[in-house]
Design a protein around this ligand. Structure first.
Ligand code: FAD
Ligand code: N01
Length: 548
């Protein structure tokens, strides 16, 4: 143990236990070790990588450019790693994260295939007691949840699902071995970001593909392609500035806000069309939002951009009826995560693809042979469930977390998550959340958001050690004020209008509350820095007992 242990009479097994070994858990381990803390990571999967370990479905890739969807903490790593595509595929991101684990010698402190089932705060000892599904028991001064915002796939909640005799696949827990759909009749349920990536790929292989769509989504072309060596070199030469711009930005990407932004609604139609055409040709969902962020607050501006996208859909899809079904009209553009695609709409021009509108003809049941809607039965050999996640809170509430006075997180959050800055929750001392609810997290490029949280937590533990503080806990009043701010910012936007997973609307019975902070990564970062500079304002700090 290092000097933290000397502060208290009860010596923990580790200074920190970290749950999860995705982007967040790996960097947290590295930062804590660099700062001289002892740490143990537990990861449920049999490899590191988190999202990129689990989501191996065909077409899986990220929607942020590779050069930005990557760690910035090590200039050497930045220069060494060669991204090959503008938007990297899942295997490339997974290879990158494995490289990080090796390069920084992280594996020796990671226990794979080990799920944390319980974390109880022992008030008398001032320690977290952790248990796993493999029977491990250990104690730690701090517990850091790096459990992911999108790491608990939503179980398919369709009637008759257990009766289907063919093969079934869940995109968020895809098999490691390649799945061959050649010659098969395949159904995809869902048309979110995941399905929009899966559908073009499977359509090329399957004998027939039936897409079951409940809600049409807005999607923007990726315009993916290889990253030219000279382009990569140019980016690498200016990396520090690029990263700094991302950190200060709204969405965590290097797009500066114009000094005097024009309201989208004030732009003459022909000029707006020209701008949107240019963005469409350039590709990138976040770039579209970053170019006109007021479309998330101004309904009229949003309607103009949404209509532009619908015109693109109508121009791409040859059958006008199918095109109309693919046109989103249930929510403003961007209020569900804007999807990024490679030939999604074009796929519906293929003779072997059928689109079923579940709003017009809902699924009645799965049968042994396929899917029966109110209109027809669709015979299938395989079904892919691209039905989303119990986002933001699912992984945290799956663990039996108990704080002061044995209070269960599940009870404390029964009406929705309660956090201060998305980093901590009142009643749960020395527990930290990486990209927890009420932080910018899923509304940004997540890697810079993760790095910001990890750096803040590591600096905080350093401060606690230096100032001989045994316990840190979010104050209930600071938490309430932060939540009111998060809600006020969300309510000033169009975001709550969509039945999205941001609101928990995709999980029956989940409290409806907006779970991401929409104030932007740059402003949020300033706020967190200010809290730290003020000696962790809004947190209650308990000094370690002095030894006589
Ligand atoms: P994760 O990568 O989710 O890792 C969490 C880990 O914790 C998992 O491996 C899980 O097994 C483990 N875990 C959870 N509970 C326990 C437990 N009790 N015990 C032990 N282990 C546990 N974000 C973007 O910014 N851009 C993108 O393009 C993008 N694309 C995405 C594509 C997909 C298909 C998905 C699902 C998400 C995408 N995201 C994207 C979000 C993505 O989740 C984050 O970018 C990032 O990978 C999250 O890293 P993380 O370490 O916080 O969480
Ligand atoms: O999940 P989703 P996802 N019957 O919840 C439908 C990130 N991500 O995995 O909208 C019929 O968005 C559901 O229908 P509806 C990204 O942040 C990123 O696609 O509820 N349909 C919807 O169509 C993303 O937002 C990338 O009406 C059912 C779909 O399933 C997040 O992960 C790639 C149903 C679920 O869509 C989640 O995306 C992939 C039912 N019973 C993921 N239940 C990239 O950027 C659900 N649906 C690149």
């Amino acid at each position: 143990m290092n000097d933290t242990a000397g502060l208290l009479s009860h010596r923990p097994d580790f200074d920190a236990v970290i749950v999860g070994a995705g982007f967040a858990g790996l960097y947290m381990l590295h930062r804590l070790r660099e700062a001289g803390f002892t740490a143990r990571v537990f990861e449920a999967g049999d490899g590191v990588g988190g999202t990129w370990y689990w989501n191996r479905y065909p077409g899986a890739r990220c929607d942020i450019e590779s050069v930005d969807y990557s760690y910035s903490f090590s200039p050497e790593l930045e220069q060494e790693w060669q991204w090959t595509e503008r938007y990297p595929r899942q295997p490339e991101i997974l290879a990158y994260l494995n490289h990080v684990a090796d390069r920084f010698d992280l594996r020796r402190d990671i226990r794979l295939e080990t799920r944390v089932t319980l974390a109880h705060f022992d008030e008398a000892a001032g320690l977290w007691r952790i248990e796993t599904d493999r029977g491990d028991r250990c104690t730690a001064r701090y517990c850091v949840m790096a459990t992911g915002c999108l790491s608990v796939p939503k179980a398919p909640d369709l009637p008759g699902v257990e009766r289907f005799a063919g093969a079934t696949y869940l995109t968020g827990a895809w098999p490691k071995d390649e799945v061959d759909f050649s010659g098969l009749r395949v159904g995809v349920i869902g048309t979110g970001s995941t399905a929009i990536q899966v559908i073009p790929q499977v359509a090329r292989q399957a004998k027939h593909l039936t897409v079951f769509q409940r809600t049409a989504n807005f999607s923007v072309p990726a315009r993916n392609g290889p990253l030219a060596a000279d382009e990569l070199q140019r980016i690498k030469a200016g990396y520090r500035e690029r990263r700094e711009q991302s950190r200060r930005s709204l969405f965590g990407i290097p797009v500066a806000l114009p000094d005097a932004p024009r309201r989208t609604r004030d732009i003459p139609p022909a000029e707006l069309d020209r701008q949107l055409e240019a963005l469409w040709a350039q590709g990138g969902a976040m770039s579209l939002l970053a170019a006109a962020p007021d479309i998330l607050v101004d309904a009229e501006a949003n309607a103009r951009v949404a209509e532009f996208v619908r015109r693109k859909i109508r121009a791409t899809v040859q059958d006008p009826e199918v095109a109309e079904r693919l046109c989103p009209n249930t929510h403003p553009l961007g209020t569900k995560r804007l999807c990024l695609d490679s030939e999604y709409y074009e796929t519906f021009n293929r003779a072997n693809v059928t689109l079923v509108d579940l709003r017009a003809t809902p699924i009645e049941t799965l049968t042994p042979h396929g899917v029966r809607t109110s209109a027809s039965e669709y015979p299938l050999d395989a079904i892919i469930f691209a039905t989303g996640f119990d986002a933001m809170t699912g992984a945290l509430l799956a663990i039996d977390i108990r704080g002061r006075a044995g209070r269960r997180l599940r009870d404390a959050w029964a009406d929705g998550p309660h956090t201060y800055l998305g980093l901590a929750s009142a009643g749960f001392p020395n527990l930290f959340l990486i990209t927890g609810p009420h932080s910018p997290s899923v509304f940004t490029n997540m890697v810079p958001s993760i790095e910001q949280h990890v750096d803040w937590i590591a600096d905080c533990l350093d401060y606690l050690r230096a100032h001989r503080i045994a316990r840190i806990e979010a104050s209930a009043s600071a938490q309430a004020a932060w939540e009111a701010h998060v809600a006020a910012v969300a309510d000033a936007t169009l975001m709550p209008q969509a039945d999205s997973w941001y609101l928990g609307a995709n999980v029956p019975g989940k409290p409806r509350t907006f779970m991401a902070y929409l104030g932007g990564l740059g402003p949020y970062r300033q706020r967190c820095d200010q809290v730290a500079a003020e000696g962790y304002a809004g947190f209650e700090l308990t000094p370690a007992p002095t030894t006589a």
